[in-house]
Ligand binder design. Structure first.
Ligand SMILES: Nc1nc2c(ncn2[C@@H]2O[C@H](COP(=O)(O)OP(=O)(O)OP(=O)(O)O)[C@@H](O)[C@H]2O)c(=O)[nH]1
Ligand SMILES: [Mg+2]
Ligand SMILES: [Zn+2]
Length: 271
């Protein structure tokens, strides 16, 4: 099939004109209901933030970025922590605190293992009637999951590097796969970096579910929850209602967004 124009994403709905040789030409790309920059997909119903707990090590900074990107695009997002088989009993206790925090934020959290099959059916039960896109670092086990969902598919999956315990960027393309019934899953290349687009320093906290409701209780309207007095978010941090790493990530994202805003202003001054 030949494409007309280049800005096509997996998940795009298109109108195709059939040609005499049984092929087709894309005549029109229909308006997208949503899109993500990374993974580059369109018209999805659900993002599955898919990370391994070990090998590669759990990266909560990346997880919070994925959650933010999904929330920013107005998408439902699930969290899947994979490779639970690699956890010791002690590890599990620490890890439970992490899952509790995300659940308290309102996220649905799944613990899975391709080795023991833990959580597989629960995760699968979230897919009917939806187009789900996997998003997470290389080596987390995304393709392994897709191969389990559709036996016989045989997508390439490779062990993580013994030396670095990181993935090897095995999947290079985005592929949409039809599962039984009306479920679709999108396998995607793993990534480590994810730019924040479409957020402002003023609206960032609205995308952190645990901060959303508190923001109205801060003394100052427009409080950014950094050093302002009588800040409800900072109070919640002190009493442990907000997890320290979530707040630290908020501050890091805020710095990043502010830098972009300052650059934008400087550019505006020059013009
Ligand atoms: N122990 C363990 N290993 C797993 C699990 N799931 C996947 N793996 C292994 O992890 C390695 C990486 O899996 P992939 O499915 O290729 O990872 P990926 O997320 O698709 O990686 P990229 O395509 O590079 O983004 C493979 O050796 C898998 O067999 C799991 O639940 N437990
Ligand atoms: Mg893969
Ligand atoms: Zn505040």
């Amino acid at each position: 099939m030949k494409e007309k124009g280049t800005d096509l994403l997996v998940g795009d709905m298109v109108e195709v004109e059939l040609t005499n040789d049984g092929q087709g030409v894309i005549e029109n790309v229909l308006t997208r209901k949503n899109r993500l920059i990374r993974p580059p997909v369109a018209n999805i119903d659900q993002v599955i933030a898919f990370l391994s707990i070990k090998a590669p090590p759990l990266d909560l900074f990346l997880l919070d970025r994925i959650l933010l990107a999904a929330e920013g695009a107005g998408l439902e997002v699930l969290i899947c922590f994979n490779k639970t088989d690699l956890l010791s009993v002690n590890d599990f206790q620490n890890f439970n605190q992490i899952t509790d925090i995300y659940r308290a934020c309102g996220y649905r959290v799944f613990l899975t293992s391709a080795v023991t099959d833990q959580g597989f059916n629960e995760l699968k039960s979230m897919m009917p009637g939806k187009v789900c896109a996997l998003a997470g670092p290389s080596g987390a086990g995304k393709t392994t999951l897709v191969n389990k969902l559709k036996p016989g598919l045989g997508l390439l999956s490779l062990p993580v590097s013994k030396k670095t315990k990181r993935g090897r960027q095995t999947t290079r393309d985005v592929s949409l796969i039809k599962l039984n019934g009306d479920a679709f899953i999108i396998d995607t290349p793993g990534f480590q970096r994810l730019d924040l687009k479409g957020f402002t320093s003023g609206n960032l906290a609205l995308y952190f579910p645990e901060m959303q409701d508190l923001a109205g209780s801060c003394r100052f309207a427009g409080c950014l929850h950094v050093a302002e007095p009588e800040c409800a978010v900072k109070d919640a941090l002190k009493t442990g209602k907000i997890a320290s790493w979530r707040y630290d990530h908020y501050l890091a994202f805020l710095r990043e967004i502010k830098q972009k805003e300052e650059l934008f202003l400087k550019k505006g001054e020059k013009e």
